[in-house]
Design a binder for this molecule. Structure first.
Ligand code: G4P
Length: 563
């Protein structure tokens, strides 16, 4: 531990005459400091900050709710449900407006369980908000992936897991809805391995499914949990079976089911290795659980294993160096910005992940991009639906900072050191439209509105090099309506869109500046700049992109802004 000896001597000691007293007092200051450091270490070790990801409808909301019920953070089921955007064709921007109002409260859901402080970061399931989810994944230390037993691995899950793998985030898999008919357990494990590209180790195993679902066998605790649909998994329904040949098993689940379980467990032990926690922590292997979230079945096994093996806050990379959470100096980054739903109050909430040191209220911190000191008098923490002003927060915690327009997604705060956190990448949008100003008297408002909405990460803005026309790129069509609506209601500006055929926005780079300049000159009409001024090639079609790549082999084309 390094002490800044020049600053240790507090004012109260400076005029003390007795050296003896001074020494004693100084020692007690050291001890206090030690105590604080130890306290912080313990706090950090307690934290588990994670996200639950799934394809819509697999059961993410239901599982979140059951976890909160276990932690006592909510008392009744249904509390998280209202956070969801209606699915299907009926979704419109009014749904999103409604959702925006309540989702501030569910952005982070914190609860205590077995002496751990657990922070669940909410990730929108709707595919049009995939970009939001990608960003939230930069602020977690691990994830739980929920898969529907009948549907298997779906598209959105594949995309989200790809992002986790880029960052080597440890993954636990929960296969849900065992109370319904679904795919065979072994087939599902194969599918997970193939489609998600992760190695799996089952930790529990189902006995039947659908009508014949009888429970799960906990492979690492060697316990049989008998299924009941009443939503409470009680101790009486859990039995330890160290030896599966025990005839009592036949009495409980029936001879056929008992034999099948014996065979399957033997196969598991032959095919799958034991869980090596260090491999899980490196993101190389994923434990798998089976259950039924709605019936609160198999959820406790999942949670118990999670608190046991999931990582506490991990070191994080900045442009300059890797920052360890146990370092003294405070650092953190903003991964999400929420605008106030009430247009009369333009303030926003920036969500900051604390990465090292201790964040303290009313303390000056350095905003790296603006090169300015900022102080926060009302930083907020979130306990399920409850918001509280916090005096201090530790690595792994998420703090809501009231913001009047100082923050952009990805901004870093430190207590002085010049550091910039990496890793809030932008991905190529899927849909593109030209945006036109529909009211020339409100040009200023339009530009301000667009800039602020882009800072929030609602969509991406590109400016064409030649024409200087602005293009909005989004993941889904819904955002175009959201932008139009919010520009009008929050900024008094109006815009229209013009269709545009673009296949992908590719960030381009080249080691040789001369070659890059030649490329830009030749492709001028397709060159744009993103919000940070980075060079982007707007490819009209997949075929066109391939040809351009072949013609310019020295130029690199990237599909995310982080390369
Ligand atoms: P999501 O957040 O991943 O989109 O999924 P959500 O939890 O909302 O679950 C989607 C649907 O699946 C819900 O039904 C939910 O009740 C149901 N569900 C979740 N877990 C289980 C399970 O273990 N077994 C079964 N049989 N169903 C489950 P819904 O009809 O869309 O909504 P609701 O009317 O039940 O609220």
């Amino acid at each position: 531990m390094v002490y800044q000896t020049q600053s240790v001597e507090p004012k109260c000691l400076q005029n003390k005459e007795s050296h003896g007293l001074k020494t004693i007092l100084l020692q007690s200051v050291f001890l206090d400091e030690d105590f604080i450091q130890m306290g912080r270490k313990e706090e950090i070790e307690k934290r588990r900050t994670f996200g639950i990801i799934s394809h819509p409808d697999a059961g993410k909301t239901t599982l979140t709710e059951k976890l909160l019920l276990f932690g006592g953070a909510i008392q009744v089921a249904g509390a998280v449900k209202s956070n969801k955007i209606k699915k299907g064709a009926t979704s419109d921007f009014m749904d999103i407006e409604r959702q925006r109002g309540i989702s501030v409260a569910t952005s982070v859901m914190a609860f205590d369980y077995r002496d751990r402080k657990i922070n669940i970061l909410d990730t929108p399931g709707h595919k049009d908000f995939a970009e939001d989810t990608y960003r939230t994944l930069t602020a977690v230390d691990s994830v739980i992936v929920v898969i529907d037993v009948a549907k298997g691995v779906e598209e959105q899950t594949e995309n989200l897991v790809k992002v986790c793998k880029m960052r080597k985030t440890p993954i636990i898999v929960f296969i849900n809805k065992l109370d319904r008919e679904g795919k065979d357990g072994f087939d599902l494990l194969d599918e997970v391995e193939q489609k998600l590209g992760i190695n799996v180790v089952p930790q529990s195993w189902p006995i039947g499914m659908g009508q014949r679902f009888q429970g799960v066998y906990n492979l690492y605790e060697k316990k049989l949990c008998i299924f009941s649909a009443h939503g409470k998994q009680t101790e009486e329904e859990t039995m330890t079976f160290t030896d599966l040949s025990d005839p009592q098993l036949d009495e409980i689940v029936g001879e056929r089911a008992a034999d099948t379980l014996r065979e399957e467990v033997e196969m598991i032990s032959e095919v799958y290795p034991d869980l090596d926690v260090s491999e899980y922590l490196k993101g190389e292997i994923s434990p798998v659980f089976f259950g039924s979230a709605i019936n609160n079945f198999g959820v406790k096994e999942l949670l118990d294993c999670f608190v046991e093996i999931a990582p506490s806050p991990l070191p994080r990379d900045t442009e300059e160096r890797t920052v360890d959470p146990y370092e003294d100096g405070f650092t953190g980054f903003v991964f999400k910005i929420h605008a106030n739903i009430d247009p009369k109050h333009r303030d926003r909430i920036a969500f900051l992940r604390v990465c090292s040191g201790t964040f303290e209220r009313n303390t000056n911190y350095q905003h790296q991009r603006l090169e300015r000191k900022l102080k926060f008098s009302n930083p907020t923490s979130f306990m399920a639906a409850r918001k509280e002003v916090v005096d201090e927060a530790f690595p792994g915690d998420i703090v809501g900072l009231y913001d009047s327009g100082n923050f952009k997604i990805g901004d870093t705060l430190t207590d002085g050191e010049s550091l910039n956190y990496k890793g809030i990448p932008s991905f190529s949008p899927e849909q593109f439209r030209f945006v036109n100003n529909a009211n020339p008297l409100k040009t200023k408002q339009l530009n301000k509105g667009l800039a602020q909405l882009m800072d929030e990460g609602v969509a991406q803005l590109f400016t064409m090099e030649q024409s200087q026309r602005k293009i909005i790129g989004t993941v889904g069509a819904l955002q175009f309506d959201v932008i139009q609506y919010r520009l009008e209601h929050e900024y008094g500006a109006s815009c229209t869109y013009e269709p545009l055929r673009i296949h992908k926005a590719c960030w381009v780079s080249c080691d040789d500046p001369k070659v890059l300049k030649e490329f830009i000159d030749r492709r001028k009409k397709d060159i744009a700049h993103d919000k940070d001024g980075k060079l982007v090639y707007m490819a009209e079609s997949q075929w066109g992109l391939k040809t351009v790549q072949e013609n310019h082999p020295e130029v690199e084309f990237h599909f995310t802004s982080e390369f």
